[in-house]
Unconditional design. Sequence first.
Length: 386
Amino acid sequence: MSHLKFLLPFMMTLLTKQAFAQSDESALGADADADEDACAAIPLEDYNMGLRVGSVFIILATSALGTYLPILLHRISPYKPGDIRDWILTVGKFFGTGVILATAFVHMLPDALENFSSPCLTQGWLSYGAFAGIFCMISSFALQLLEVVSVSHMNKMRQRNREKIEAELGNSHDYTDKVPVENGSHFSKHTAASTANVMEERHEHYHHIGDSHGHAHGAFLEEDEAYKHIGTYILELGIVMHSILIGITLSTTENSEFITLLIALVFHQFFEGMALGTRLNEMSYKTWYKPVALGLLYIIMTPIGVAIGIGIHSSFNPNSYSSVLASAILDSLSAGILLYNAYVSLMSMEISHNTAFHNAPTGRKVLCFISMYLGAGLMSLIGEWA
């Protein structure tokens, strides 16, 4: 009996531990099954191919309208500061700045954060909760280095051309000092006049290079123009990367959510196109085909993404490891690109450090801020569905 007194509590303890172990194993098994279900491919039933193909042309037309409308308003005929077209384009420019900010903060970063916490990723990715911020920061650092290298290269080329013109001017001075005088005053006057014309042309050319506005030689742009070109190219890079992803998402979403997402993306593409179109107006292209080509690159990207999604919809799994990771990284990088561009190239150079903006009437400045806030607000509202 004394042995039974010790044996019974021992047996009860073993049974209790075994029961808890079995419950823990079943809980782990249930979690593993849940993770597998979350990462499994979702079959798209009753895939409406006609509507999906139609969305390609709907998105294409909407993107083109938003992108080319400000370009046409800017280029169809000259307009004066203060007239109705100037006000419309100014509103559109600052509205676009708000759209770009909201796209980064509301559409890209939250998606990246959500994807980086997905159970479909490996434990290495899940062990650190700030990968979205890391990739966002990396892209902004990379863009700053790109701008510094580009501007430094242009400054070196400008200096070489300045030195070349100075050398040519020096040779011209030597030539005029050694001109012989023959046959009386006729030869000397003719030679001096010809030399003076050459000197005048070269001096005008030299002054064009070395003036206070930093004009470059030939194809080299002014420094402020260089910043605008680089900033616009960077902006388009971030928008294009994001456009491919949302196109694939649209064509692989379920039928119950497709119409809602399509309507949201129509507004999304129109407003984003306006943001890009107003920035293309800031680039002083003399020919029309360059801004049209840059706008076309944005216009076709989302339809290309939709077409890709249609082609792979039967085998594509948006919850797979590779899909989730690719979306997370691209969204983070795109957010960094747009945030850097919005704060450095748009808000800082257009508002904070722009003398013309500070000297503008109070009403115009208020309208600019309201336009920017309205663009950000509307784009944030669209983030509820897209």
